[in-house]
Design a protein around this ligand. Structure first.
Ligand code: JBK
Length: 288
């Protein structure tokens, strides 16, 4: 996969050289390049922002440096297709609008981190991990001139994306999170692919608590069932802990949970937490 990140603070993306993602880059599984937006300005002061039309606080990112930067990263893609023998005439790989496996019509995906974007979830990460090029446009200040996103739709599938409902100073931190979530799903990046299956959010529930040695620590004992060697009992205990934690911390997730085929013991566990199963869905009991 190819990833381009455009930012006025390219050093902010330095952590992408570390750990799992850094290793994936070294191993050639991920071609990730960070670009300084100011390199695409033409004035002496390398200006990237200006005051907002209509008034109001803060500054808005000017359109032209973004158009120059995004044109350059899109051109880099065309060069690579040519080098790979995929230029016009070689099947439909070079034909504009020919759908690829990921269904984004062969265009790279332009992700614009923004509190006004659609929510980025694990499902989004899986979807984006199927693409062959992602471009991240990091806005600062009050955001990027809206015309850039309209203009870019000719060359990219444009997706404004939000990590959550809180205020950041720019898109860089959100890009770190999204690149990690997507990068670890690429083939070969996580050594043991089994660790991708049984993790938080894969089944729409929070993860169960985990313990390691010693079995007794500062007067606190590991739950006895985990030392019992009874794998059926352990699996059931862990599942019920997932239900308990999710009901306590993220009741919003239970509304989406498919409770249609739950065994009796699991229904009882939910009943104890104040939830009944109605038409395959969990419903909070009014008196609970
Ligand atoms: C926020 O992805 N976000 O959630 C995000 C990106 C850029 C600025 C922001 O305030 N929340």
């Amino acid at each position: 996969m190819r990833i381009d990140v455009v930012s006025i603070f390219p050093e902010y993306l330095a952590p992408l050289e570390l750990s799992l993602i850094g290793k994936a880059r070294q191993d050639g599984l991920l071609d990730l390049r960070v670009h300084d937006l100011r390199e695409f300005t033409t004035d002496r002061h390398r200006t990237v922002d200006d005051t907002p039309y209509g008034g109001g606080a803060g500054m808005v990112m000017k359109p032209e440096p973004w158009a120059q930067a995004l044109t350059a990263v899109a051109a880099g893609r065309a060069e690579r297709a040519e080098a790979a023998g995929q230029s016009e005439g070689a099947g439909d790989a070079g034909v504009p609008g020919a759908p690829d496996a990921a269904g984004s019509a062969g265009k790279p995906v332009l992700i614009v981190p923004s509190p006004a974007g659609e929510r980025f979830t694990q499902a989004t990460a899986h979807e984006l991990a199927e693409e062959d090029q992602l471009v991240f446009a990091c806005g600062r200040y009050e955001g990027i001139d809206e015309r850039v996103l309209e203009w870019a739709a000719d060359h990219f599938t444009v997706r404004p994306m939000s990590l959550g409902d809180y205020v950041l100073n720019g898109g860089e931190v959100a890009v770190l999170a999204m690149v990690e979530a997507i990068g670890r799903l690429l083939p070969g990046v996580v050594g043991n692919p089994e660790s991708l299956v049984e993790e938080s959010h894969s089944d729409g529930l929070l993860e169960y608590p985990v313990y390691t040695k010693p079995s007794s620590w500062r007067e606190r004992d590991v739950p006895a069932v985990l030392l019992s060697g009874n794998h059926g009992k352990i699996a059931q205990w862990r599942r019920h802990e997932q239900y308990r934690r999710t009901a306590e911390r993220r009741p919003d997730l239970l509304a989406e949970f498919d409770a249609g085929k739950l065994p009796r013991a699991d229904r009882t566990a939910f009943a104890d937490l104040g939830y009944d199963v109605v038409d395959g869905h969990l419903v909070r009991r009014p008196d609970a």
